[in-house]
Write a protein that binds this ligand. Structure first.
Ligand SMILES: Cc1ncc(COP(=O)(O)O)c(C=O)c1O
Length: 453
């Protein structure tokens, strides 16, 4: 059977057996293309179109797609035919990766629990914080995104994600992000096991807190006996310029959660870094040695991929690159886009950037903008994403909990030339948004057809 027939059949099977609604959504957005090869910053379709990835799978592909050194390390691991998931031995690669993660994270983070996703890491952090403090309350930030398992969902206030899934964890409470007084007031009740927070909110709209917020939060958490848990699932692994975003805020967390880019975007892997005394509260005796485990955690392929990804990130100095290119990109975007009525500002740290939009002031633009808003609050942003993709071959996405921010997060190996391509593409799309009736009328017609409005 030719490859194209296999592909077509597989796509049909996906639609039939996995998630037909996802297929429909991609069709509506005109983003349902078949990728044949992915390499570095480029996604190459079966028709030979080269698409620039400025989303990185939500910060998974920091080292670029299919980095040859990571592929080769994985091939070597497979060829070794070593032990994997025996659940009855000491997986030595997990020790190597854990020691490297603790060294890079610094502070008092001395133990690591491995898992296979960010959500699973959040679940572990919840359990460990409760076990250590013997309290049940959990504080989180408005606008946070921590994952879609029940515990993680209990730490998110956007009901889109939780509606219909029944009662979640008790005793969880949101405080406004970057508001130290509100945080202090809740911490002072001494009910909370942990304050779980992203150092820079990613899906919340690339929100960078004021410089003192996290160190002050740390001081208050210590004072009131609450653990500070940093969710660095998107911000970690040099995405913002330093190994952890925390390193830019002079804050030392009690627990740090990593996932996504940890294993080079190839094998699922997550890690929860913690202080010795938190580990001791959970794994307090030989009898409790396996009290919190997971079948796939510490598996050889994930650990090998993690070690290889760390080597690439350091050898290629991708942290420095993220810091330097991020600054360059934000300066170029600000320079190019500030003339547009609907651009509020360009935000971010390192290569976790965002373009924040606002409702237009001009009456002529306000009418179609509000028509978009009535259909769906994310429609404006999604049309920008669609245009960037369709007209400029660039993949992006808006933030999941803040539809007025377009996320700009290419792999950290991106070149100046590729950044310039993005700058001129978004400039063109914004120019159309501000001057072309078709920018608004075409999607409105499409939405009416699709949604039978
Ligand atoms: C900050 C943050 N934490 C946790 C998660 C959950 O990670 P996962 O999808 O691997 O479960 C995500 C996912 O996007 C995230 O952005």
């Amino acid at each position: 059977m030719p490859l194209s027939a296999i592909t077509e059949n597989s796509l049909a099977l996906y639609g039939e057996y996995v998630n037909p609604q996802w297929v429909k959504l991609l069709d509506v957005l005109q983003m349902n293309v078949h990728y044949e090869r992915c390499s570095g910053v480029e996604l190459i379709t079966s028709e030979g179109t080269r698409i620039l990835d400025f989303l990185s799978g939500y910060c998974v592909h920091n080292t670029g797609h299919n980095h040859p050194a990571i592929l080769s390390a994985l091939k070597g691991e497979l060829d070794r035919s070593g032990p994997a998931m025996l659940q009855s031995h000491v997986p030595e690669l997990a020790g190597e990766l854990a020691s490297e993660l603790c060294r890079l994270a610094g502070g008092d983070l001395k133990k690591v629990f491995f898992c296979s996703s960010g959500s699973e890491g959040v679940e572990a952090a919840i359990k460990f914080s409760r076990a250590h403090t013997k309290r049940y309350g959990l504080l989180y930030s408005n606008g946070a995104f921590h994952g879609l398992t029940c515990g993680a969902l209990s730490l998110m206030d956007n009901t889109f994600w939780s509606e219909g899934f029944g009662p979640l964890l008790q005793n969880t409470e949101a405080v406004p992000f970057d508001d130290i007084d509100k945080l202090a007031a809740r911490l002072s009740t001494e009910q909370f096991a942990a304050f779980i927070v992203e150092p820079i909110q990613a899906e919340g709209g690339i929100r960078v807190p004021s410089p003192q917020y996290l160190s002050e939060a740390q001081r208050l958490c210590r004072h009131y006996g609450t653990l500070l848990v940093l969710d660095e699932v998107q911000t970690g692994m040099y995405r913002t310029g330093t190994f952890l975003a925390a390193h830019q805020f002079d804050v030392q967390a009690d627990i740090v959660i990593l996932a996504k880019a940890l294993s080079g975007g190839i094998i699922p892997c997550g890690a929860v870094l913690m202080k010795q005394e938190i580990y001791d509260s959970v794994y307090s005796s030989v009898k409790r040695a396996i009290v919190h485990t997971s079948t796939f955690s510490e598996n050889g392929l994930a650990m090998r991929a993690g070690l290889a990804a760390l080597e690439v990130l350091q050898d290629e100095k991708l942290g420095d690159r993220a810091a330097e290119l991020g600054e360059y990109l934000r300066a170029r975007l600000t320079e190019q886009l500030s003339r547009f009525d609907m651009v509020e500002r360009v935000i971010g740290t390192g290569l976790l950037c965002g373009i924040q939009f606002k409702a237009p002031r001009k009456f002529g633009l306000r009418v179609p903008f509000e028509a978009f808003q009535r259909i769906h609050p994310g429609m404006f942003g999604q049309v920008l994403v669609m245009r960037l993709f369709r007209d400029h071959n660039i993949l992006t996405q808006i933030c999941g909990n803040n539809f007025m921010v377009l996320k700009v997060a290419p792999p950290l190996i991106v070149s100046h030339e590729q950044l310039e391509r993005f700058v001129s593409a978004i400039d063109d799309v914004m120019e159309r948004a501000h001057s072309s009736a078709a920018f608004w009328s075409e999607p409105l017609g499409m939405a009416r057809r699709v949604l039978n409005l």
